[in-house]
Design a protein around this ligand. Structure first.
Ligand code: ZN
Length: 240
């Protein structure tokens, strides 16, 4: 089975459509969303429709739950807060209920999915250090967990000790556990503006982080036209 694992779309329809096109070219069978469908970008409803059409597994991101008023925006920065409030006005009541009802964690026989961390997933913390990774790896029951949130594709893995890698191809080896951050579709922050997602082949047990070009100018212009904070439009060109 080939899984397309993607998230942190943040209302960027141009990036989402480009990634969906690449997933089709990659013969993806199952689409898995790691959360943050909305927030920051100008097309929250359109992105929700696309994700709901294709993805059979979707979990909640902090922006999804904040827009649905399930999570407080007190800990959001000023731009994120403004975008959450703007997004609340754009979506329908039915879409809000959908976001509200998204689960925090998905786990099956093959893999686990969470937006931030497996320990206290409702807190939406970041995995940035080996200790952060340890806290999630300790709770991980499957060989691999896919996540997002930081918008930086990076893999933490545990054999005897905990290590990290920025490699784009990761082989899931037996007896080891992996936390794979698939990066961000709609607002990459690793100084590479290309949309980021992962293809996971459960037969070969190989994860590939893929980068996809999209019409950044269009996505950026829509953010300006929507009167969202201009920095949200500018940062797309720099991937940070
Ligand atoms: Zn995000």
């Amino acid at each position: 089975m080939r899984y397309g694992v993607f998230g942190d779309i943040h209302g960027n329809l141009e990036a989402l459509n480009a990634v969906i096109g690449d997933m089709t070219a990659q013969a993806v069978d199952v689409h898995v969303c790691t959360g943050d469908i909305v927030g920051y970008g100008a097309n929250p409803s359109e992105c929700l429709s696309r994700v709901r059409e294709i993805a059979s597994i979707v979990i909640a991101g902090n922006h999804d739950h904040a827009v649905a008023e399930k999570l407080s925006i007190d800990f959001f920065n000023a731009y994120a807060r403004e975008a959450v409030i703007w997004t609340r006005r754009q979506i329908t009541g039915e879409e809000r209920d959908y976001l509200y009802g998204l689960p925090l964690v998905h786990q099956d026989e093959v893999f686990t999915v969470v937006h931030g961390t497996l320990n206290y997933p409702q807190m939406f913390d970041y995995i940035q250090t080996s200790y952060d990774a340890y806290l999630s790896l300790e709770l991980l029951k499957t060989p691999v967990c896919f996540l997002g949130h930081s918008h930086v594709p990076v893999t933490f893995y545990q054999a005897d000790s905990i290590d990290m890698t920025l490699e784009n191809v990761i082989e899931i080896k037996e007896g080891m556990k992996y936390l794979v951050n698939v990066g961000s579709v709609g607002q990459p922050r690793d100084e590479n503006p290309l949309a980021s997602y992962a293809v996971f082949d459960s037969d070969t047990m190989i994860v590939e982080i893929r980068r996809v070009d999209y019409e950044i100018e269009t996505a950026s212009r829509k953010i300006i036209e929507a009167n969202l904070p201009p920095i949200l439009a500018e940062r797309l060109f720099y991937g940070r």
